[in-house]
Unconditional design. Structure first.
Length: 107
């Protein structure tokens, strides 16, 4: 009888702890999906950033390579009224839908 009481106590505690673990798990999953999105975005943005930096240097738009790199460092990101690029990639759409609660990629 004592073992059954201990077992019931353990089951009750695990049921109470489960929602806290689920929230933490959801936050970790969202962080993982967001990171995957950013990796994919940077794969697409990096060559474009390099191209514009090279054009800046060759056309002498700015005095030095360092200044051209600094000027284009934020290329592809949200800046002023400019929308960020490549949030329409599948990894980013998945992260957004998970954040909004409309889908769970692992279920």
């Amino acid at each position: 009888m004592k073992n059954i009481q201990v077992l019931l106590f353990i089951v009750m505690i695990s049921i109470l702890i489960s929602p806290a673990q689920a929230k933490e798990s959801r936050e970790e999953k969202l962080a993982r999906l967001d990171a995957a999105c950013e990796v994919e975005r940077q794969k697409k943005i990096a060559p474009m950033r390099e191209k514009y930096t090279a054009e800046c240097v060759s056309n002498k738009e700015l005095p030095s390579l360092e200044e051209c790199e600094r000027f284009y460092a934020d290329y592809g990101e949200r800046m002023g009224g400019r929308a960020p690029l490549f949030y329409d990639l599948p990894a980013c759409v998945t992260a957004f839908e998970f954040q909004q609660g409309t889908s769970d990629p692992d279920s």
